[in-house]
Design a protein around this ligand. Structure first.
Ligand code: AMP
Ligand code: TRP
Length: 344
């Protein structure tokens, strides 16, 4: 396999209510990777319209995710922050990938099955084709590393399959691009740490999600300190004490979840956390979690609110990022067209 320059890409949908799952599963990693890699972070507005959106609400959600990125510590000057629809090459490459991906591959996507549910005949074609757009997001930059939460693993495997099939199908015309036998890298998912799948605070078997009707199920990045404290205190647990070892978390999804959240927020392992709090009173642990969550999330919410009122600044960040992203995407797309046999 050819050598590709390390480049990080990831995306977050602008669909409101950014929560602790987004933060611990994705954004914390985005921030960390800035130290070692060139990074592109994208507000994926074209993914958002796979389900119906209100235009004014969408506009404000795009700005809100941008504000969250910046408030969490992403530096849009050194790295790239932009909204997807500004760079037309995403849609252009997605079409090509619609023709590379097989129906059978997309039919296996569990997220589509969950989202479409019984309404399969009535959901948009975009919702079905979504993973091909996601592959295009990453590969239009020939990005090599993709930090995401656990729920995106299957989509990333599909991205790798698409890259591999494109490389195989067009091997002969790829050669002249100087990367040996591969035009696209096989992007590597980065899914690590104790909180790759943060669960609902009300039900440890359900993922924490933007769309859960119960606001108590999640900690939103914009929640006030009081709200955070209240939600953590109300979080579901069980009558047993906190175990001292990992094995004791088996069959106790809520306790496992809160342990993982604490560990991720304090950047320690779950083993470590159980060693400290195990055997003790559950309320002692919950109080410590309240303090920690307020200390970590409180300042982010405050900063988000500050930046969020400055639309001109946020829009200028997105436009500048879009211009820099396009400069990388355009030559790659031009090469793809040539590889395919298109004239441009
Ligand atoms: P989305 O809001 O669906 O665009 O997700 C943005 C990022 O957050 C993706 O990398 C997801 O995998 C991640 N994510 C969303 N929900 C969770 C969760 N409950 N736990 C961990 N990561 C999550
Ligand atoms: N599908 C991802 C989600 O729902 C968001 C996303 C779109 C993404 N394009 C991407 C993530 C490219 C990583 C890389 O969370």
């Amino acid at each position: 396999m050819a050598q590709f320059k390390p480049l990080v890409f990831s995306g977050v949908q602008p669909t409101g209510n950014l929560h602790l799952g987004n933060y611990l599963g994705a954004i914390v990693k985005f921030v960390e990777l800035q130290k070692t890699h060139e990074c592109i972070y994208c507000v994926v507005d074209m993914h958002a319209i796979t389900v119906q959106q209100d235009p004014e609400q969408l506009r404000s959600s795009i700005r809100e995710v941008t504000a969250a990125f910046i408030a969490c510590g992403i530096d849009p000057k050194t790295h790239i922050v932009f909204n997807q629809s500004q760079v037309a090459e995403h849609a252009e490459l997605a079409w090509v990938f619609n023709c590379v991906a097989r129906m059978g591959w997309l039919n296996r996507m569990t997220q589509f099955k969950e989202k479409a549910g019984k309404d399969r005949e009535n959901v948009s074609v975009g919702l079905f084709a979504y993973p091909a757009l996601m592959a295009a997001d990453i590969l239009v930059y020939r990005a090599t590393h993709v930090p995401v939460g656990e729920d995106q693993k299957q989509h990333l495997e599909l991205s790798r399959d698409i890259a591999q099939k494109f490389n195989n199908d067009f091997a002969a015309s790829i050669e002249k691009y100087g990367h040996g036998d591969a035009f696209f890298p096989l992007p590597e998912p980065l899914i690590q740490g104790p909180a790759t799948r943060v669960m609902s605070l009300r039900d440890g078997t359900k993922k924490m999600s933007k769309s859960d009707p119960s606001d108590n199920s999640r900690l939103n990045l914009t929640d006030s300190a009081d709200t955070i404290a209240q939600k953590v205190r109300k979080a579901k647990t069980d009558p047993e004490a906190l175990p001292s070892e990992i094995a004791g978390l088996a069959g106790r999804p809520e306790v496992d979840n809160l342990t993982g959240i604490y560990a991720a927020l304090v950047d320690r392992s779950k083993e470590d956390v159980l060693r400290e709090f195990g055997g003790g009173n559950f309320s002692t642990f919950k109080n410590a979690l309240v303090d920690l969550a307020v200390a970590k999330l409180g300042p982010i919410g405050d900063e988000m609110k500050k930046i969020a009122s400055d639309n001109a600044y946020l829009d200028s960040v997105l436009v500048d990022g879009g211009n820099r992203a396009r400069a990388i995407a355009a030559p790659n797309m031009k090469a793809v067209k040539d590889i395919l046999g298109f004239i441009s």
